[in-house]
Design a protein around this ligand. Structure first.
Ligand code: MIC
Ligand code: SF4
Length: 645
């Protein structure tokens, strides 16, 4: 029987388990990436494993999230990352070089390789025909130490992109259509694999827009074939030798196949506050726009920004709009400058931001109170922009540019101008001067790793208790993202300081949580979190598990929990369980005292656990589906403990 692209790449890297959808498999990881917000903790964990040099083919540490440098913390972390990279044989992409996913496509990704990254948008690499997966920092640290990465063997959905995109419709509209179809819920354990004749006109960066936002559907990853377009892209990066063809066999079998007729697409937008709240731009009505932000790892390529520049050529930003552009990488910016597009943008009144995450993660460019912001990024979760009552809409670069001109939501087809055609250079001007290459041949063991005062050792957990005796400290609803759980933005500078960062845990939902949870812990009891569907969607930040671990949370009971977050909880010794009967979610209230006696034994022997609600004098059942490996981790109180016992 023929094979899918995913099967081919995974089979070539399989170290344990069989390619049986749903079963836990272990895969060898060729490449890793980290970014600074998750990287400091990942490298602190890596250091504690006492491995002299990374064991991967390639590991890259990017500095792209915390580049605002208000206060000493970010700059100290950057220095830590630079020295730790030199010591352990890791490439370092310095602040200003650009967003990890964009640079990884440009300079490092290779068809057929596996990539594990401590960022949920690592699947962007799937645009090059890689199996690229987002994970918590500890899993990436373990991969750098040569350990396999374990995950549920995926089920494959084939998405055929058929036909030709009409003018003004672009890759962002394709992926918003996919989000409208699949939503952000219930796609756990799947891979989107792309095919169809429409691919012949989609360049790698356009494919990357689609692979990038597959993460919003909650799939394990997305993957494209490595074909002629991939070769052309790698050639433009002077890396043609890295190309090899990878395609699915004609008789490959998929769990499901879906065709998207590109000719039928229209400009789409995701309304506040979820990337799947999608509708046609024409159906939005008359909405005035305060801010337009173009950039992020979703839409900041040369083609995206050159298209915007051409639309804006000779025009001026509407007086009601603050217009911000953050190119995805220094390479994009330099090439825009070389080809004259930067002048078009500057002339129109664009505020050119650093090539970094910036506005996307809410550490700059927060909109005004109740402001309407149109962004080309991938997430519009409540509060993520840094302004709690702002309304963020996700759009294509074309729709964003239209609003820059008119000052209101506008279907770009209504601008009354011809769609600008952009030619992508056959060879980009390449400048790797902000990448620090490690010298793997030298003994680097004497290099001193710099640690500023904000950096503490990674906290460790106690082994899992015999009995869970705890209090429901908080009950939250559906679709709680890791941005709700532990905010990024201005708080992100405390990523290397868990006691301090924990003070902001659940800040957005209940500002009393930290104090209450701390008190429960200090009294020697356990904290328990109750949640609805899709708990922990969004970012891969393991701090959403590390901080509750620090605050004595032992269990999260939910209607469903997203893949990366569930793995992070286990890695830090917190038990993720699912309600057998959703009614029991309704019948459990904040403040209830819950008990699970002999929980270690029950966990080993059964998948079903009986929970006693002492406050209501009733019992109910929850379930886990932990593998034997995960049970070991959990009982040890987390993966780091296991490595030392
Ligand atoms: C995000 O887009 O939410 C982030 C910030 O890139 C996160 C990583 C983090 O929280 O550091 C992600 O996507 O994993
Ligand atoms: Fe950075 Fe935003 Fe991409 Fe996350 S989604 S990596 S914050 S640009």
């Amino acid at each position: 029987m023929g094979k899918t692209i995913s099967e081919k790449i995974i089979a070539a890297h399989l170290v344990s388990g069989k390619f049986m959808p749903g079963e836990e498999i272990g895969t060898r990881i060729d490449q890793t990436l980290t970014q600074d917000a998750t990287g400091t903790m990942a490298y602190l964990q890596f250091e504690s494993l006492n491995i002299p040099k990374v064991m991967t083919e390639l590991s890259v540490s990017y500095i792209d999230h915390n580049t605002t440098q208000i206060g000493f913390e970010n700059a100290d972390d950057h220095r830590y990352l630079q020295t730790v990279a030199q010591r352990y044989g890791i490439y370092l992409s310095r602040a200003g070089n650009g967003i990890c996913h964009q640079i990884h496509l440009e300079r490092f990704g290779k068809p057929g390789k596996t990539l594990l990254g401590s960022d949920s948008h690592t699947p962007t690499g799937g645009a090059l025909g890689m199996i690229a997966i987002g994970a918590g920092g500890l899993d990436v640290a373990l991969a750098m130490a040569g350990e396999p990465f374990y995950f549920a063997c995926p089920r494959i959905i084939r998405i055929n992109l058929v036909g030709k995109l009409p003018p003004w419709i672009s890759a962002k509209d394709i992926v918003l259509k996919i989000l409208q179809t699949f939503t952000t819920k219930g796609n756990h354990g799947y891979i989107f694999e792309f095919g169809g004749d429409g691919l012949s006109i989609l360049s790698v960066p356009e494919r990357a827009t689609i692979a990038n936002m597959g993460a919003e559907c909650g799939v394990t990853t997305s993957v494209f074939p490595s074909d002629e377009m991939t070769r052309i892209f790698l050639k433009s990066q002077k890396r043609e030798d890295d190309w090899r063809e990878i395609k699915a066999d004609p008789d490959a079998r998929y769990e499901r196949t879906l065709d998207i007729d590109l000719a039928e697409l229209v400009p789409l937008t995701a309304r506040p506050h979820s990337p799947d709240n999608v509708c046609a731009v024409r159906d939005i009505g008359e909405i005035e726009v305060d801010q337009v932000c173009i950039g992020s790892c979703t839409n900041s390529s040369y083609k995206d920004l050159a298209t915007v520049a051409k639309i804006l050529r000779g025009k001026v930003v509407h007086p009601g709009v603050s217009f911000v552009v953050a190119p995805g990488s220094q390479q994009v910016l330099e090439n825009l400058a070389k080809d004259g597009y930067l002048s078009d943008l500057l002339h129109s009144g664009a505020r050119i931001m650093e090539s970094a995450c910036g506005f996307c993660i809410g550490n700059s460019q927060s909109p005004r109170t109740k402001g309407i912001s149109l962004r080309t990024s991938n997430r519009n979760f409540l509060g993520r922009s840094g302004t709690i009552d702002a309304e963020v809409y996700l759009v294509s670069p074309e729709t964003a540019a239209a609003a820059v001109i008119t000052g209101r939501f506008t279907d770009p087809r209504d601008l009354g101008i011809d769609h600008p055609e952009v030619t992508i250079p056959e060879e980009f001007h390449i400048n790797d001067s902000l990448i620090v290459t490690p010298d793997k041949t030298k003994d680097s063991s004497s290099i001193d790793v710099y640690r500023g005062p904000n950096i503490g050792p990674p906290p460790r957990n106690d082994p899992f208790p015999e009995t869970i005796g705890g209090i429901v400290t908080i009950k939250v609803g559906d679709k709680i993202t890791t941005d709700h759980i532990i905010p990024a933005g201005e708080r992100m500078k405390y990523r290397s300081n868990i006691p301090k960062y924990s003070e902001y845990f659940f800040e957005l939902l209940d500002s009393t949580f930290y104090k209450r949870a701390k008190k429960v812990k200090d009294e020697g009891k356990h904290n328990i979190i109750i949640a609805g569907h899709s708990y922990g969607q969004g970012s891969s930040r393991e701090h959403a598990a590390l901080c509750p671990m620090y605050l004595g949370v032992k269990m999260v009971m939910a209607k469903s929990i997203e893949r990366i977050h569930s793995a992070n909880l286990i890695n830090f010794g917190i038990l993720p369980v699912i309600f057998n009967d959703e009614e029991d979610y309704e019948k459990t209230s904040p403040g209830d005292i819950l008990e699970i006696p002999d929980v270690r034994r029950v966990l080993i022997e059964k998948e079903e656990i009986s929970v006693r609600n002492v406050s209501r004098d009733r019992s109910f059942k929850v379930s886990h589906n932990l593998s034997a490996r995960q049970k070991n981790i959990l009982l040890a109180g987390g993966a780091l403990n296991l490595k030392f016992t």
